[in-house]
Design a protein around this ligand. Structure first.
Ligand code: ZN
Length: 140
């Protein structure tokens, strides 16, 4: 008898981050933007780190970006990720703002084909019932 696979940690949306996760479920990459100084906030948070405003709005992004950096994860990893190694964790710079970077996986690409500076496009992956993560694929 084999043991059940360990559960992968899942995001826990709250009042501030719920619009981001709802966007992912709908296939939209959304970013929180300060309503006072117009700078993006990622990760979502109540207060702008630049001007301290509490006002914000949600903006649908293009989903296009550039591979800013990445690592290739090998064992040891958390048990929930053991079956996926080696896998890539990438830092992607979004097209709308050179200072706006997100972490995510890169799907369907062997790690040895990745190069810093490659164009990527967001891809949404449902990892559990109703839980969708923004990931990345090389742009065609
Ligand atoms: Zn601001």
């Amino acid at each position: 008898m084999s043991a059940a696979a360990p559960l992968r940690p899942l995001p826990l949306p709250d009042e501030v981050t719920a619009p981001f996760w709802e966007g992912c479920r709908r296939g939209e990459l959304r970013m929180q933007r300060c309503a006072a100084c117009a700078r993006f906030r990622f990760h979502p948070r109540p207060m702008c780190p630049h001007c301290l405003s509490l006002d914000s709005e949600w903006v649908r992004m293009s989903g296009e970006g550039t591979l800013f950096s990445f690592v290739i994860c090998h064992p040891p990893v958390l048990p929930a990720f053991q079956a996926q190694v080696p896998f890539v964790v990438a830092l992607v710079e979004l097209a709308e703002d050179p200072g706006l970077r997100m972490v995510g996986g890169v799907l369907d690409t062997p790690p040895d084909r990745l190069r810093i500076g490659q164009s990527v496009r967001v891809a949404f992956e449902e990892i559990a019932d109703g839980v969708v993560l923004p990931q990345w694929r090389l742009a065609p």
